[in-house]
Design a protein around this ligand. Structure first.
Ligand SMILES: [Zn+2]
Length: 175
C-alpha cells in the first residue's frame, strides 16, 4: 500500500513551471506563454521560465504526458493564425532518428505533432525521415545548428501531395 501511494505521488502531474498539482503545465503558466512572430515563423512562446522547464522535462525527463499541454499551447497559437486567414494544410513533425527515439522511449516531436493535429483537425504527415542522428542542437549557435541538420533528413516523395505550397503552409515542430 505504501509503495502504491508513493508511486501515485510520483506519477501525479505537477506543473513544470510552478509545481501546482493537477497538470504538467498549468493553465496559469501556459497563459504566460506569449506567441512570438518573426516573419513567417511563429513560436508558441519564448524559451524560458515554465515553458523552458516543461520542454526540458518533455525531452529529457521522460514526461511524455507533457505532449498534451505543449500540444494544446501550439494548437491555440495555430487556431488564432487560422482565425486571421492564414492557410495551413498539414502538421509535420521533425521526427527523431529511430535510434534516438528508441533510446528515449518515444519521439517527442511526433507526440507533440499528433496532439496538435488532433486539436486543430489538420492532417499529420511524416514527409521527413531522419537518416542520421544529428548532435544535440542545444549547445550550438545558429550557423552550427544549420550545419548540423544538413543531410540529416530525406523527404519521402508524395507525402505532401495535395498541400498547396509547402514553403508557406507546413507547420514544422521540433520540440
Ligand atoms: Zn504552473
Amino acid at each position: 500500500m505504501a509503495a502504491d501511494a508513493a508511486l501515485d505521488l510520483l506519477l501525479a502531474p505537477r506543473c513544470a513551471g510552478c509545481g501546482a498539482a493537477g497538470s504538467w503545465l498549468c493553465l496559469a503558466c501556459r497563459d504566460l506563454c506569449e506567441p512570438v512572430r518573426h516573419g513567417r515563423v511563429t513560436a508558441a512562446g519564448t524559451y524560458g521560465g515554465a515553458l523552458r522547464e516543461a520542454i526540458h522535462r518533455f525531452k529529457y525527463g521522460g514526461e511524455r504526458a507533457l505532449a498534451n499541454e505543449l500540444g494544446t499551447l501550439v494548437a491555440s497559437c495555430i487556431a488564432s493564425d487560422l482565425a486571421t486567414g492564414v492557410v495551413l494544410d498539414v502538421i509535420v513533425p521533425a521526427v527523431l532518428h529511430r535510434e534516438r527515439a528508441r533510446a528515449r522511449g518515444y519521439d517527442q516531436a511526433w507526440l507533440l505533432a499528433a496532439v496538435v493535429a488532433d486539436r486543430t483537425a489538420l492532417p499529420l504527415r511524416i514527409p521527413l525521415r531522419r537518416i542520421r542522428p544529428a548532435a544535440p542542437q542545444v549547445a550550438l549557435d545558429r550557423a552550427a545548428r544549420a550545419d548540423n541538420l544538413r543531410g540529416a533528413y530525406v523527404a519521402e516523395a508524395g507525402a505532401l501531395r495535395g498541400a498547396r505550397d509547402v514553403r508557406s503552409y507546413v507547420v514544422a515542430l521540433d520540440a
